[in-house]
Design a protein around this ligand. Sequence first.
Ligand code: SAH
Ligand code: SF4
Length: 350
Amino acid sequence: MSRAKEFVPEVEQVLKSRGEPAYRLGQVYNALCSGLARDWEEATSLPKSLRAALQEEAPAAVLELTQLSRATDGTRKYLFKTHDGHLIETVMIPEKDRRTVCISTQVGCPMACRFCATGLLGIKRNLKAREIAEQVFVAARDVAPERISNVVVMGMGEPMLNYKELMLALKVLNDREGFGLAARHIAVSTSGLVDKIRRFSDEPEQFHLAISLHTPFEEERKEIMPVASRHSIAELMDAACYYVETTRRKLFFEYTLLAGVNDQPRHVEALAELLDHPLYHLNLLRFNWTDTGYAATSKPEAKEFLNYARELGLSATLRPSRGQDIDAACGQLAARDLRPQRATIPLVRI
Ligand code: SAH
Ligand code: SF4
């Protein structure tokens, strides 16, 4: 039960002070991660007096759901308030045979990528493992009786800067006695912190990894991603190579097409050289509008970029953008609760 101990230390304290038997911790962990309890009254496997004590001292929900927005394409966005008053966002994207939750790991983000709304916020703090995992639990309650099939760590924040809490949350999501989602259905995206990519490669679970590359050229990358001044593309590719050699898993390179910035034929040509490995996959997406001065490459031009990439032998896809009408698409999460409310549905207790 060591994972439960780390995940809900406050609960363990309550159990200890009441002299509860050891198996109770497992029951509580199960009620949260599998039963998706948001109120201890729902945890009917626990004795009434214990439920009351927990209600007082260690609430079942650490995040308060303050708004739920629904896009015309079915994408849903959850706005949460943390116990210390910060706002974070989570997105659930339904597809034919999938339900993907996109979760946040930090309040804001310190990486300051020039095109990203979260990057404009700066960083307030790291989220705790419980706050990271609870985003998935809430989405899972929301979509029930359907199930969450995938989790992507592509919301607010640079996950690798919050490594310990990130990994604990992912292990709980993966744990059979926790949320029980296969590791292959969980993916983390990083702006490219090389030490952490190596560390991630050595983890025993088969979590997937995506690296935000956005251009194959050093100087251009420095302009749009300050992290590029810390690690050169050569260093990044060394770490990428370490990942695929160690795990033998596919590695995804995220590439946001910015009009006139990184969407020229010369970019495709350089990418074809840089990503010359059978396990590398190029994931193109068009820029989603943020107030950062960038513009999206048109759909036909994005298609052309994709076709040229394939022609040059790259394994590549162009990802459709989802949830744009509620600012829920990649890079748009900024938890600006002052924005005029659109498509907001009444708050239901989920
Ligand atoms: N912080 C992580 C996860 C971020 S979101 C990272 O940077 O990798 C997932 C992807 O969306 C990243 O590749 C990110 O660079 C990209 N992105 C950021 N802003 C965007 C925007 N406005 N439009 C499209 N993609 C964007
Ligand atoms: Fe942070 Fe990712 Fe946005 Fe860059 S793209 S500022 S790393 S959230």
